[in-house]
Design a protein around this ligand. Structure first.
Ligand code: GLA
Length: 673
């Protein structure tokens, strides 16, 4: 059975029984004596909680011995929540098999690339190709679906937890056998595999399928195409684990949507374009990177990527934190107002549910220093006060449910390309594709331009501007798509070291940028990485970093030139015009501070206005309802108030604003117009 993400499972476009913006979090009552549960329900009511995720880690309690089930405690939890009017997102607990499973099946422990066999005792580790795991996970999922599939409190299934984290690949013999089957399906013949992998290099030709293994750690660099295929295989193997459970749930509990929580930017090994096609509703976990001084930009990027994965449809923020996490080197607490700004930024960018990890802070275990909605300090605390305030705010935002964000630009994002570029022996360790994307994104974030992310083969025709900051791997299909986009009048900007290789990590014929050479009308003769911390001066008083290139113009015009460094006197940024469209090439790394010099003229040609009168740190995003109503979210990250030009009604205070409104420092206002 396939997924039902065409909304057939999303009643009224949203989760069954959830009539408001979802608000709540992971709820782990099994960690507490039952006396505490009543207080939980009482405090949830006070905070306005309407949706919680339960059972995610409780396989050992639900199935204490193989085939022997104990649902009594979960029955009581669900009844309690139902009585309190809290909807249930019910976990399948398959991210942590019980101790008996490991005792019976020690060989299911995953093998790392270096041969290390992981021990049990944490979570999220299991060989994805294991038939024993498949059987056991289907059994517990089946029992849960039979027991709760018709329960009126259940609004959603939460399969597993964060697939791919902490382990996404297994190099054991069972995985190797499964990988061979996957390769047979992909290539048909060994000749085709040998050709795609370029095994003539370093004498790697295979003559029997049984000779092909996993790309485990070797003496030096392994075959990159072999590794890239193993990354694809591993991603699909985990998708198979998800769809196996999803299909059981669809069959036994029809009408309840099924999801799993993604980590849009925090789990690089999962190709979420493929995953998003399999879930009924997209759900995402996001945690601020404390070391990032502008973590709100990273949050916005993550939220925009999640909305793009959801195809613009409403999505669920399945987890974020009320304050500090506990797993970064320095776990910075959120300061007053920050949690609300974070939450409302996700909402502004399309989330229709704002959930946290977790409801009540754990006293024991690995996460006892992680913040919670109800912190160690209890209900009489700033954090719980702000949670209650947020619950009230979200309770006033029903009107926003289902409205959509409209982007003015798209940024290309392709996990396969990142996987390929992340392999070893690249021209420079400093050229980091995700960081390049961040610089382009941050430029537009500071300019209040809303962006979507898109796969290079996606329909781009609706976007006036498309940015490809880091498209190392481009297939022929992607190049045809980008070419058609520019021919159709689109404005494309391509970053350095793009269009270099095909799906097999083989260099495209015709220079370092063979795939996009004709489209850009410029050929990269040689790539010129700079020494560590190196910079190059460009015309226009700009600096490039990390990288330069020797460009040969094939018809494109020079926009900026290298003034020093290895490509002195040659073109650094070029543009070619094709009908009403343009294709700009940027052959060095430009940081967000200087990217405006290249992007502003492109945005202007494309008719995208940049409002530089607004302070850069006022986050401004709109959601649009079907009836034409616009909801303007103004999130002030600065320490000074901002006067915003706006006409409309403040959705939270009811105040009518004609012409302008003050956005106090650190606060959020939402206007309807
Ligand atoms: C992840 C997990 C949660 C919890 C949080 C802590 O997102 O899904 O179970 O561990 O991290 O930040």
């Amino acid at each position: 059975m396939s997924n039902q993400s065409d909304q057939s499972l999303l009643k009224d476009g949203w989760l069954p029984g959830v009539k408001s913006v979802g608000f709540g979090g992971d709820y782990n009552p099994e960690q507490w004596p039952e006396e505490v549960w009543a207080e939980d329900l009482d405090l949830m009511r006070r905070a306005g909680v309407n949706l919680v995720s339960i059972g995610i880690f409780s396989w050992a309690l639900l199935e204490p011995r193989p085939g022997e089930f104990d649902f009594g405690w979960l029955d009581r939890v669900i009844e309690g929540l139902h009585g309190a009017g809290v909807r249930v997102d019910l976990g399948t607990p398959t991210t942590v098999p019980p101790a008996w499973f490991w005792q019976q099946n020690p060989h299911v422990r995953p093998v790392l690339r270096d041969g290390t066999v992981l021990a049990t005792g944490s979570r999220g580790i299991c060989c994805p190709s294991s038939p024993e795991y498949a059987e056991a996970s289907v059994r517990i999922t089946t029992e849960l679906a039979k027991r709760y599939g018709n329960h009126p409190a259940v609004s959603l299934w939460h399969v597993h937890n964060e697939y791919g984290a902490p382990i996404s690949e297994c190099y054991c013999e069972v995985s190797a056998a499964s990988f061979r089957e996957w390769l047979k399906a992909r290539y048909g013949t060994l000749d085709a595999l040998n050709a795609a992998w370029g095994t003539a290099f370093w004498g790697q030709t295979y003559y029997e399928w049984t000779q092909v293994g996993t790309p485990a750690l070797s003496g030096t660099s392994s075959n990159p195409a072999h590794r890239l295929d193993f990354a694809r295989f591993s991603n699909e193997e985990l998708i198979g684990c998800f769809t196996r459970e999803r299909d059981v749930l669809h069959e036994l509990a029809p009408g309840i949507p099924v999801t799993t929580n993604f980590m849009a930017t925090n789990c690089p090994s999962m190709d979420l374009w493929k995953w998003s096609a399999e879930v009924d509703v997209v759900a995402n976990d996001h945690y601020l990177t404390a070391a990032d001084p502008l973590s709100q930009v990273g949050l916005a990027l993550d939220a925009d990527l999640t909305r793009s994965l959801a195809g613009g449809r409403p999505w669920i923020l399945m987890e974020h934190s009320s304050s500090a996490v506990n797993w970064q080197p320095r776990n910075l607490a959120k300061r007053p107002g920050e949690m609300a700004r974070n939450s409302l930024s996700h909402l502004a960018r399309g989330a229709d549910a704002i959930l946290f990890f977790q409801w009540r802070a754990s006293r024991r275990g690995a996460e006892k220093f992680h913040s919670a909605m109800l912190p160690h300090a209890g209900a009489n605390s700033r954090v719980f006060g702000e949670i209650t305030q947020l619950g009230a705010t979200l309770g006033d935002l029903d009107a926003v449910l289902g409205s959509r964000v409209r982007a003015q630009a798209a940024i290309l994002w392709d996990w396969e390309s990142f996987w390929a570029q992340d392999l070893d022996w690249r021209p420079s360790v400093d050229l980091a594709p995700r960081q390049q994307v961040r610089e382009y994104y941050e430029r537009l974030w500071r300019d209040h331009v809303t962006v979507d992310f898109a796969h290079p083969t996606a329909d781009l025709s609706g976007y006036p501007v498309v940015l490809a900051p880091a498209s190392y791997l481009l297939t022929a299909e992607a190049v045809a798509n980008l070419t058609a986009y520019v021919e159709g009048g689109g404005h494309l900007v391509v970053g350095p070291f793009s269009g270099v290789v095909d799906q097999d990590d083989a260099v495209h014929p015709g220079g370092w940028n063979g795939a996009v050479r004709d489209l850009l009308q410029v050929s990269v003769e040689e790539v010129l990485p700079l020494p560590a911390e190196g910079q190059v001066a460009l015309t226009g008083d700009l600096k490039g970093r990390i990288w330069a290139e020797d460009l040969q113009l094939l018809g494109a015009e020079t926009i900026l030139e290298y003034l020093d460094g290895p490509a002195t006197g040659r073109a650094a940024v070029t543009r070619r015009t094709l009908g009403a469209g343009t294709a700009t090439y940027v052959s060095t790394v430009l940081d967000h501070q200087v990217l405006g010099a290249v992007l502003d003229p492109v945005l202007e040609r494309a008719g995208v206005t940049v409002d530089r009168d607004l302070p850069w740190d006022l986050e401004l995003v709109s959601r649009h309802a079907e009836d034409g109503t616009e909801y303007v979210f103004a999130i002030n990250h600065a320490t000074t108030p901002v006067d915003l030009r706006v006409d409309g009604t403040d959705l939270l205070t009811g105040e009518t604003c004609a012409g302008s409104a003050k956005i106090p420092a650190g606060s959020v206002r939402i206007f309807r117009r």
